[in-house]
Ligand binder design. Structure first.
Ligand SMILES: *Cc1c(COP(=O)(O)O)cnc(C)c1O
Length: 426
């Protein structure tokens, strides 16, 4: 073996996986079992007491899922990861470790529509209060900090317009406030941006999107950067205080720089229950093997489509950070030099009606609520994903009435452009 550290594409294929020790199977098997036999009574007791690592029950951990966890932790440069049933489940599990009822977290206003809903309504019923800030105005994050602030949440490439967030600037605010920075890296994937390299303490993904990549399996994952000191000021009792569930152990003291991932597993996943099916873990692992190839093609196609749209007479504006004259192009060059992602928006001179009409005329693009599929996708956010917002909030979050969102797939770019041309012209 050479002592060269493996590169990203090598990790995407190999990290976390070994040939199966009993059968020699080279692809990671699907361990489709609910539970695992203990060696003896002492072994069982040590697993339950967190004195030994091992398999107990698939709600808490599974060998197929463990390969996925190790692989994504390696790709993101984290210490450990926890896979769960969906991106939304990952967000619940993260915040459950950080917030007590009555606490606050600051979130960027430009977010996936489902996250805006989850934060505004579902989390409110847990007593977790979201305070919105503007990712284009770093000072708005500083102003939002209070003694009850427990975390800051942003997207690296933000929905719906594919804008690029200045992760380092916001991580400086988080450090000053003594709270962890959580980065939703779904739209970038670690191939384009590794938020931990820019100061993120926790990375979260909807695996449903580019990591799985084929639009066939839901999943979510939490990556622990191992960078945050949870003992400061008694702010994070789930991590720093003795846990009655586990004979009084303190997770930070026992598990050090992967204590957050452990907390998410043994306090979050174990008790809330959103376990990832091993079958989905297998599908997502298979997807990740081609992530570098797919992501580059997604980005190259997106740039070509954005350039076509920018020159079309029916189009009022295109918001794609990969275009040289885009507001976010400087940030894209810094954070995502390989490409600015494949999800972006454009607006039509004909407004709301033109947006609805375009969506109905496209043939190769599928009209649906998803992103990060091999197939190209289209949606009109104002009438769908962002319809719950009032008009002002729609505009602020980048989903005004005239805006159409695309997620560009890996088809031939000429075919995508031809489809848009017929739909815009007809
Ligand atoms: C889809 C998505 C989510 C939610 O993930 P699910 O797997 O659908 O629960 C969160 N954040 C972003 C950016 C997403 O695109």
């Amino acid at each position: 073996m050479s002592d060269r550290l493996p590169g990203f594409s090598t990790l995407a294929v190999h990290a976390g996986a070994q040939p199966d020790p009993t059968t020699g199977a080279r692809a990671t098997p699907i361990y489709q079992t609910t539970s695992f036999v203990f060696n003896d009574a002492d072994h069982a007791a040590s697993l339950f007491g967190l004195q030994a690592f091992g398999n107990i029950y698939t709600r808490i951990g599974n060998p197929t899922n463990a390969v996925l966890e190790e692989r994504v932790a390696a790709l993101e440069g984290g210490t450990a990861a926890l896979a769960v049933a969906s991106g939304h489940a990952a967000q619940v599990v993260i915040l459950q470790q950080l917030l007590q009822p009555g606490d606050e977290f600051i979130a960027a206003r430009k977010l996936y529509g489902g996250s805006i809903n989850q934060f505004t309504h579902a989390f409110k019923s847990f007593g977790w209060n979201v305070v919105w800030a503007d990712p284009d105005d770093i000072a708005s994050f500083e102003r939002a900090v209070t003694p009850r602030t427990k975390a800051i949440f942003i997207e690296s490439i933000a929905n719906p317009a594919g804008s690029i967030t200045d992760i380092e600037a916001i991580s400086t605010v988080a450090r000053k406030a003594g709270v962890p920075l959580i980065v939703d890296n779904t739209l970038a994937s670690p191939y384009l941006i590794r938020p931990i390299d820019h100061g993120a303490d926790i990375v979260v993904h909807s695996l449903t999107k580019f990591l799985g990549g084929h639009g066939n399996s839901l999943g979510g994952i939490i990556v622990d950067a191992g960078t945050f000191d949870w003992s400061t000021g008694g702010k994070y009792p789930m991590l720093s205080e003795p846990r009655p569930e586990y004979h009084g152990i303190r997770l930070q003291e026992t598990f050090g720089n992967f204590a957050f991932a452990i907390a998410c597993r043994v306090l979050g996943l174990r008790d809330l229950g959103p376990a990832l099916s091993p079958f989905n873990a297998f599908m997502i692992l298979t997807g990740i093997e081609t992530l570098p190839l797919r992501m580059q093609k997604h980005c190259d196609n997106a740039k070509a489509v954005a350039e076509f749209l920018a020159g079309h007479p029916a189009v009022a504006s295109v918001s794609y950070a990969g275009l040289a004259n885009d507001k976010y192009n400087q940030l894209a060059r810094k954070y995502a030099p390989k490409g600015a992602g494949a999800v972006f928006t454009f607006s039509l001179k004909g407004g709301y009606d033109a947006g609805v009409s375009l969506v109905s005329k496209l043939q190769l693009f599928s009209h649906l609520a998803n992103v990060g599929d091999t197939r190209s996708l289209v949606i009109h956010p104002a009438s769908t994903t962002h319809s719950q917002l009032d008009d002002a909030a729609k505009v602020k979050s980048g989903a005004g009435p005239d805006v159409v969102r695309l997620s560009i797939g890996i088809e031939d770019k000429e075919d995508l452009i031809a489809d848009l041309e017929q739909a815009l012209g007809a």
